[in-house]
Ligand binder design. Structure first.
Ligand SMILES: *Cc1c(COP(=O)(O)O)cnc(C)c1O
Length: 457
């Protein structure tokens, strides 16, 4: 046995926790294209969004201010689990025989077991301040529903969650956790909404999708003045709230005396990836560091790598504003892969813009490679990752193996955005040899791209 003492974790004190969120828009050479009203196709104004979101969040959505203060009440709740730890993966490095140094920022310590509470808490907070009594939302794998249910419990708000049918059926424990925090959960598509009843007429929609669940939650929120809608990813204000991850990680990498050459995160709607990478991108744009910034997505939902960059709806029914983003088409129904959180047809407009401007890269990874990486990670680092960040781990391992072959100095920082304690059915499929890699061919891609609307520039 090698008994060398190694430093595994870098912890900040509560006093060192950052007190502002970082808004990347303030530092971009060109602003991202604005969202358009689905009816008029003109840029949306604050009044268009007011039925769905409280004004404070709408202001953050369009803000160009570089730093935004985190309210004291939100900081207070963050302190339940923040600052989150940064780990050096010595055991994984040794197992790989790589000279690369691998760090991971772990968000699984939150009450929901993922990064989603970083935004559910402020979203519930601002809604409470503005008189909302009920929030509606969608959830895929269930992490966002859990996070919002927890935040609503804190502020005594009602919470109703439309859960993607395939996840509702395969992840009963997630639903029970959401219910334990006090929310109501509906299997989507549901009979409770006009859009759910309509979409359920087509058998291909019965397993549900995030796009369908969003349509249902938006329909219910739009009908009641005291009810608003909350989104767990994609929007600028959500990415903003997640930047506390990267701000902490910058301080922790400094504690470790190391500078990343690679930042790797998984992208569903893009929020955890943005949360980790945007503060580092600020430093990169300022010329202080120069890491490659790489998004990892599933082969079966390859939004950045095979989607088109175009205006599309955020939901299946076309009720949301049109957003310029990488999209597979808003009626895309992904194969029921295990990584529920990465099955969204679109990408955050801010990430899409950054990607289109060449400031980051993206790669698609097959799920069996992800779970091979995940089991190695569990056996060396002691954490069973959520299926989503296994995509980032797989790419981190690819880069670490390259470093072994080339000897090139490689320092990887990856976002381990959640644990997989409720995703053990996926591990069961992998360990039992029943997990297959979906082949997403051009014919299917082209069919789903047909739903992307034509919008004149
Ligand atoms: C929701 C979720 C994702 C996908 O959403 P992003 O906005 O891309 O972060 C990924 N991982 C986990 C653990 C999630 O809960």
């Amino acid at each position: 046995m090698d008994n060398t003492v190694r430093r595994h974790k870098y912890l900040l004190t509560e006093d060192q926790m950052p007190t502002t969120w970082y808004n990347l828009v303030a530092n971009l050479p060109t602003p991202p294209p604005p969202p358009l009203h689905p009816g008029t196709r003109q840029p949306v104004g604050p009044q268009d969004l007011a039925p769905l979101f409280p004004m404070a969040l709408i202001e953050q959505e369009v803000s160009t201010q570089r730093y935004i203060d985190i309210p004291g009440g939100v900081l207070d709740v963050y302190r339940l689990w923040r600052p989150s730890p940064l780990y050096r993966a010595h055991n994984l490095e040794r197992a790989l025989g790589t000279p690369a140094r691998i760090y991971y920022k772990y968000e699984g310590v939150s009450p929901a077991g993922s990064h989603k509470t970083n935004t559910s808490v402020p979203q519930a907070w601002y809604n409470k301040l503005e008189g909302t009594t009920r929030l509606t939302t969608e959830t895929g794998a269930g992490q966002w529903g859990t996070a919002l249910s927890f935040a609503c419990a804190l502020y005594d708000l009602e919470c109703e969650v439309w859960q993607v049918g395939a996840s509702y059926d395969s992840k009963p424990y997630r639903r029970l956790m959401i219910e334990t925090f006090g929310a109501k959960v509906h299997r989507s598509p549901s009979a409770l909404t006009a859009v759910g009843r309509k979409l359920a007429e087509d058998p291909k929609n019965l397993s549900g999708s995030l796009g369908i669940a969003i349509s249902e939650a938006v329909e219910v929120a739009a009908q009641d003045e005291k009810t608003r809608y909350a989104l767990g990813s994609v929007l600028n204000h959500v990415l903003l709230h997640q930047t506390i991850i990267g701000e902490e990680a910058l301080l922790q990498m400094a504690m470790a005396g190391d500078t990343p050459t690679h930042l790797i995160g998984c992208t569903g709607g893009g929020s955890n990836f943005a949360g980790l990478s945007f503060p580092f991108l600020r430093e990169k744009l300022a010329g202080r560091i120069s890491p490659r910034i790489i998004a990892a997505e599933p082969v079966s939902c390859p939004t950045l790598t095979r989607g088109v960059y175009a205006y599309d709806y955020g939901d299946t029914a076309g009720m949301t504003p049109l957003m310029k983003m990488h999209t597979l088409g808003h009626d895309f129904i992904p194969a029921p892969i295990h990584s529920g959180g990465l099955r969204y047809h679109g990408m955050a407009p801010l990430i899409s813009h950054v990607y289109a401007e060449g400031m980051m890269e993206a790669l698609a990874v097959p799920q069996t490679e992800c779970f091979a990486a995940a089991t190695l990670f569990a056996r060396t680092e002691g954490i069973v990752p959520a299926p989503e960040p296994t995509h980032a781990l797989a790419l981190a391992i690819r880069e670490a193996m390259k470093a072994r072959d080339t000897g090139e100095e490689t320092v990887i920082l990856t976002a381990l955005c959640g644990h997989g304690h409720f995703d053990l059915a996926a591990y069961d499929a992998y360990l039992g040899g029943r997990m297959v890699d979906e082949n997403f061919d051009d014919a299917r891609l082209n069919e789903s791209l047909r739903s992307v609307p034509t919008v004149d520039a």
